[in-house]
Ligand binder design. Structure first.
Ligand SMILES: O=C(COP(=O)(O)O)[C@@H](O)[C@H](O)[C@H](O)[C@H](O)COP(=O)(O)O
Ligand SMILES: [Mn+2]
Ligand SMILES: [Mn+2]
Length: 346
């Protein structure tokens, strides 16, 4: 239902955000790389005949005025909507966005950044606070076998059995943060190899669902909003994803959560989260009947190329995943800005 309503327009949404941000690649200005992506994403989204509401957006972390949580997007949410569409005929949809996932990666010209979003019917995406989240992602063959409550050692053994690989043939992605020192030691001691990333754990989670990426698991703590977006993709792809909110500042001493455990717990209660220790699986974080996910590479990544500019145009690569049609479409697009003289085949 959602897929036919919005069609392939969401590809353009992530493409426009990625192109805008890629213009700032390597310029050392992370805020600008982020802002232009947000603006481009919002502008294109507001041209779609839909009644959308942002449930995960820019607001909390960056105090940004656009694509904030609760913002209504789409032609059919505008005051003059009735001139263009019949809003009553359209279902309301919830949208989780990260227009520039990996702002540091873009600013410093490093791999793994993307413009990304997830969509579902109203209430179909967990409205996660901008807290941390402990995450475990793994390939479909290990779904339901690995478990975030088990130790990394146990999970590596399970992964090894499910994927029919020796531990040393496994690669686990972990964010390069001091909070992961013990985790990294444990993974290595269990025989698996560790790929450390400075940012961009959505790309890492997603990569677990595709064989051939040489990424077999994501372990450790990243941001909760990115966890929901990753879960949306993993749910559609049948991959394993679990997430658990982190509210205790003793676990992650800096960053997204407040300084008091009690204050953080109170905030979760206010948001209606009654069991703060709950382990959510992909189907709970993205529970809607229909879930769509779209991403476009800004800088090169495991699954998608980054934006490549040429004289008069650009080429992008996106990934659109739908639970409705059970498809994962890799979309390669040539954008012709000024009638380029030369369009390369690949
Ligand atoms: O790397 C990330 C940054 O995202 P963005 O702000 O959109 O560029 C995310 O993939 C991480 O999940 C997460 O935001 C990060 O782990 C939280 O930041 P930190 O406190 O540096 O670990
Ligand atoms: Mn992000
Ligand atoms: Mn971002």
């Amino acid at each position: 239902m959602i897929e036919t309503t919005i069609g392939l327009e969401i590809i353009e949404v992530v493409e426009q955000a990625a192109i805008a941000s890629a213009k700032w690649m390597g310029m050392g200005e992370k805020d600008t790389a982020d802002e232009v992506a947000v603006e481009a994403m919002r502008e294109r989204m507001n041209k779609i005949n839909m009644r959308g509401r942002i449930v995960i957006g820019e607001g909390e972390r960056d105090d940004a005025p656009m694509l904030y949580i609760g913002e209504e997007v789409g032609v059919c949410t505008q005051p003059n909507a009735k001139d263009f569409c019949n809003p009553d005929e359209l279902i309301e949809i919830d949208i989780a966005v990260d227009p520039c996932e990996g702002t540091n990666l873009v600013a410093y010209g490093q791999n793994g950044s993307m413009a990304v979003l997830a969509i579902s019917e109203k209430g179909g995406l967990f409205a996660a606070p901008d807290f941390y989240m402990k995450k475990l992602a793994a390939p479909p063959a290990a779904k339901g076998h690995v478990d975030i409550n088990k130790s990394a050692t146990e999970n590596i053994k399970i992964l090894s059995e499910c994927l029919k690989r020796k531990p040393e043939e496994l690669v686990v992605v972990v964010m390069d943060r001091s909070r992961h020192e013990d985790l990294i030691k444990e993974i290595r001691a269990a025989g698996a190899r560790v790929r450390l990333i400075s940012d961009g754990d959505v790309s890492a989670a997603l990569s677990c669902a595709f064989s051939g990426t040489n990424i077999h698991a994501l372990m450790g703590i990243g941001a909760a909003p990115e966890g929901v977006i990753s879960a949306a993709a993993m749910r559609c792809l049948g991959g394993h994803f679990q997430g658990q909110l982190i509210y205790d500042p003793a676990v992650v001493k800096t960053g997204l959560i407040g300084e008091s455990r009690e204050g953080n717990l109170a905030r979760l209660t206010e948001m209606g989260i009654t069991d703060p220790d709950k382990v959510y699986n992909a189907e709970e974080l993205a529970s809607g009947e229909t879930v769509l996910f779209a991403a476009c590479g800004i800088t090169p990544g495991t699954l998608m190329n980054g934006v490549r500019f040429f004289h008069g145009g650009a080429r992008t690569q996106s990934l659109v995943i739908s639970s409705q049609s059970s498809t994962a479409r890799f979309v390669d697009t040539v954008h012709m800005f000024d009638k380029p003289e030369n369009i390369q085949l690949r």
